[in-house]
Design a protein around this ligand. Structure first.
Ligand SMILES: Cc1ncc(CN)c(N)n1
Length: 221
């Protein structure tokens, strides 16, 4: 069994909760209050800025050009995510450079990125990539499932481009490349290592769930 299949068994316990989270359902039916989305965009932008640095922290552990090229490609793919989704939205929402410069990540979101960086720094390339996996994979899953359930989500004038970005071919490819790389690196790991990686993945799933809570309550919970 591939590592991604073992990991998916953990995702199946938590991911359905993303699909019925009010932030996600209200984006899909277009009723999400704009100020919540504005708060989310800013927090997610700060989150992704740390997230790309985790790829950068894994690069020194890679010992061949092909691996380094893959890691820098995924890093660039995440930067593209912000250019495709976050920057246009922030412009539309009137979020200024000054606001971005003075914004601080919510404490629970800092805990999430600090957890990822800590595991990535302590472990090998595979461990680092597993810490980053839920972030990448769960959004592809959320967007795909929600577009199936709410066929008008893509046309919504406020949130349609969010769904379009995460069902896009570019995003799907970057995410699939990450899954495939993890499976390749994991071919000969033992059960103990598999369990440890599944545990890291599950924690990241729960951190992402907490992320939705934080942005829905705009940091008040
Ligand atoms: C919190 C979070 N998780 C996942 C993604 C999708 N890469 C994101 N932009 N933000």
């Amino acid at each position: 069994m591939k590592l991604s299949e073992r990991i998916y068994e953990h995702a199946e316990k938590i991911w359905p909760r993303y699909l019925c989270h009010p932030f996600v359902t209200q984006m899909a039916d277009g009723t999400l209050p704009q100020e919540k989305f504005r708060y989310y965009m800013l927090q997610d932008y700060l989150y992704l800025r740390d997230y790309v640095k985790i790829f950068a922290a894994i690069i020194p552990k890679a010992d061949d050009f092909e691996q380094i090229r893959f890691l820098s490609g995924e890093l660039a793919g995440t930067i593209d995510e912000t250019f495709r989704t976050h920057i246009p939205y922030m412009k539309r929402l009137g979020i200024t450079e000054e606001e971005i410069r003075s914004a601080h990540a919510h404490i629970d979101i800092s805990a999430y990125t600090h957890y990822m960086i800590c595991e990535a720094q302590m472990g090998d390339v595979l461990t680092g990539l597993v810490t980053l996996l839920n972030c990448s994979w769960s959004y592809a899953y959320i967007a795909e499932q929600m577009v199936k359930r709410y066929p008008n989500a893509l046309q919504n004038e406020n949130y349609g481009s969010w769904f379009a970005g995460y069902v896009s071919e570019e995003y799907r490819k970057t995410n699939q490349a990450l899954i495939d790389r993890i499976d390749t690196l994991a071919v000969s790991i033992d059960e103990k290592e598999t369990q440890k990686l599944c545990e890291i993945f599950e924690k990241c799933c729960l951190f992402d769930l907490r992320f939705w809570d934080v942005v829905y309550t705009m940091g008040e919970s």
